[in-house]
Design a protein around this ligand. Structure first.
Ligand SMILES: *[C@@H]1O[C@H](CO)[C@@H](O)[C@H](O)[C@H]1NC(C)=O
Ligand SMILES: *[C@@H]1O[C@H](CO)[C@@H](O)[C@H](O)[C@H]1NC(C)=O
Ligand SMILES: *[C@@H]1O[C@H](CO)[C@@H](O)[C@H](O)[C@H]1NC(C)=O
Ligand SMILES: *[C@@H]1O[C@H](CO)[C@@H](O)[C@H](O)[C@H]1NC(C)=O
Length: 304
């Protein structure tokens, strides 16, 4: 008889039950946030005499015909179940009611990874690239925010609040970047953050990707590209300084208008000790571009 009676009650509950206001059932706590594999227990209390009080759930269903309180308790929650419902059948009106437990079972991602889309090797200044952040096995995705960082600066965030899935999913986010030379060597990171509300862990759990080191190629640039005029004087040394920034590091070559000038070193800076008066052109080049700068050396060279 007992089972038939319960089944009848359950059916009756689903058809005629009330919930929320007017329902004499109180869930303690009313919202639970549980990490995958963690224990959970919630008690359902009846505020007035009850014929049957129970939990309807795929796991750990329970009921009582004596007490004013019944527990839903799981030692290690690993099932992506529907939210359990507490039901009560009373002696007086309203005869039935139910309360759905606000249950959030969460799982931090197995992995968060970051990589360029359709590209390998260094980026080139001023060109557009896409970086992809992939998150494996996260739940529930609607509480997830993916934060993109360049160094310590958050450059973009992507929230998934428009999705609904209680079981683990895979999601991704794309960051479009147009790198500048200042970003050479910068590290990009993607951080998956689960903001589960006040009942959830504080601070919110996060998983951070390995950093992606940005190598940004840019053409050679002189600090002062204007031609320079230098005077050779006896005893004083002057420098023809062709130093340029660039990535990859520029290589240098020199040409002189003076027919007697001996071959010059492939270095950024020439010193006057080996120079004759004349015009010198320095070229700083890398894989992207060649840039030239002129120096005019006036006066007498030593020993001439
Ligand atoms: C990446 O390359 C593949 C094949 O070359 C192409 O189908 C795809 O659209 C590209 N994706 C992006 C984001 O550019
Ligand atoms: C996401 O970024 C926007 C600006 O891009 C910012 O206003 C907002 O506060 C960020 N959201 C979160 C949840 O951090
Ligand atoms: C990225 O840069 C950091 C610091 O500049 C360095 O320690 C690390 O080895 C680099 N990683 C890769 C993959 O080049
Ligand atoms: C050449 O110029 C660079 C900056 O453009 C400077 O750092 C370097 O010290 C200079 N070298 C000499 C020998 O003056």
């Amino acid at each position: 008889m007992g089972n038939d009676f319960l089944r009848w009650i359950m059916t009756f509950c689903m058809v005629y039950s009330v919930s929320g206001e007017g329902c004499s059932l109180i869930l303690k706590p009313s919202r639970v946030v549980v990490g995958f594999g963690e224990p959970v227990s919630v008690s359902c209390e009846a505020a007035r005499p009850v014929r049957v009080l129970g939990w309807e759930s795929a796991i750990s269903a329970a009921h009582t015909q004596q007490d004013l309180s019944v527990q839903w308790k799981v030692d290690s929650l690993i099932d992506w179940i529907e939210e359990p419902i507490c039901y009560g059948v009373f002696f007086t009106a309203p005869r039935q009611c139910e309360e759905k437990l606000n249950l959030v079972l969460y799982k931090t991602p197995d992995s968060v990874s970051i990589r360029p889309v359709n590209h390998t090797g260094p980026m080139v200044e001023g060109k557009e690239y896409q970086l992809l952040c992939e998150v494996q096995n996260i739940a529930p995705v609607q509480y997830l925010t993916l934060r993109w960082y360049r160094g310590q600066t958050e450059v973009y965030n992507h929230s998934f609040s428009d999705l609904t899935s209680s079981s683990p999913v895979q999601v991704s986010s794309i960051l479009v970047v147009t790198p500048t030379r200042a970003e050479n060597g910068a590290q990009y990171r993607c951080v998956a953050e689960l903001e589960l509300g006040p009942e959830g862990p504080q601070p919110p759990p996060t998983v951070t990707s390995e950093p992606l080191n940005a190598s940004v190629y840019f053409p050679p640039a002189f600090l002062s590209p204007e031609p320079e005029v230098l005077d050779l004087t006896e005893g004083a040394e002057i420098f023809l300084n062709c130093t340029a920034t660039g990535n990859p590091a520029p290589v240098y070559s020199w040409q002189s208008s003076h027919p007697m000038q001996e071959r010059m070193e492939d270095e950024a800076v020439l010193t006057s000790s080996s120079l004759l008066p004349g015009t010198y052109t320095c070229t700083a080049s890398n894989t992207l571009e060649k840039k030239s700068k002129q120096f005019t050396v006036k006066g007498k060279a030593k020993g001439v």
